[in-house]
Design a protein around this ligand. Structure first.
Ligand code: GDP
Ligand code: MG
Length: 167
């Protein structure tokens, strides 16, 4: 699929919330939800006249911190195989989490193969926007970190501008 964005990251950082926001009205035509065991969801959207597909790689069964190395590898591999741009989501409210480091270690193997951006979600306040630089310590990603609030939508315009510049 052309112009594909994948969202990866540990459970509860807000991947599905961003997915729903990026898909917007087009959620109605995304893949059916028949299998709750499915580990991905596809949706469609557009930004500044560019159409994209977005994949929520997070799964709908893991909504706690019981995520395993195999699951991380699977999520990342799916993202790298299918996406043109990978969004690595972290939680600006929680700060750096050990599972973020595990994701970063796997993602780093693919650095340079696909553009990877760290997205610091739950940056609902200026304070959290300013501290989101702490995620540079993860040592992965193509330069910029995008602080966003998937809940309010703030920061998502700048993020999408960068994403669609690759399309
Ligand atoms: P996922 O497991 O990564 O898909 O995370 P979800 O999208 O299910 O969100 C996990 C929790 O974080 C939910 O309770 C969301 O309402 C909350 N959440 C998502 N985005 C934001 C945000 O921008 N700010 C805040 N404060 N909470 C958020
Ligand atoms: Mg989810």
């Amino acid at each position: 699929m052309k112009n594909t964005i994948a969202i990866v990251g540990r459970p509860n950082v807000g991947k599905s919330t961003l997915f729903n926001r990026l898909v917007g009205q087009r959620k109605a035509i995304m893949d059916d939800e028949s299998g709750v065991t499915r580990d991905r969801h596809y949706g469609y959207g557009d930004w500044t006249g560019k159409y994209y597909t977005v994949i929520d790689t997070g799964g709908y069964v893991h909504n706690s911190d019981d995520i395993f190395e195999g699951e991380i590898n699977k999520q990342v591999k799916l993202a790298i195989d299918e996406a043109d741009v990978v969004l690595f989501m972290v939680d600006a409210m929680a700060g750096v989490h050990s599972l973020d480091e595990e994701f970063a270690n796997v993602l780093r193997r693919y650095q340079g193969k696909k553009p990877i951006y760290i997205v610091a979600n739950k940056a609902d306040t200026n304070a959290r926007i300013h501290t989101s630089g702490e995620f540079y310590a993860l040592g992965v990603g193509d330069g910029e970190i995008f602080p966003i609030s998937s809940a309010s939508g703030s920061g998502t315009g700048d993020l999408l501008d960068m994403v669609v510049s690759h399309f």
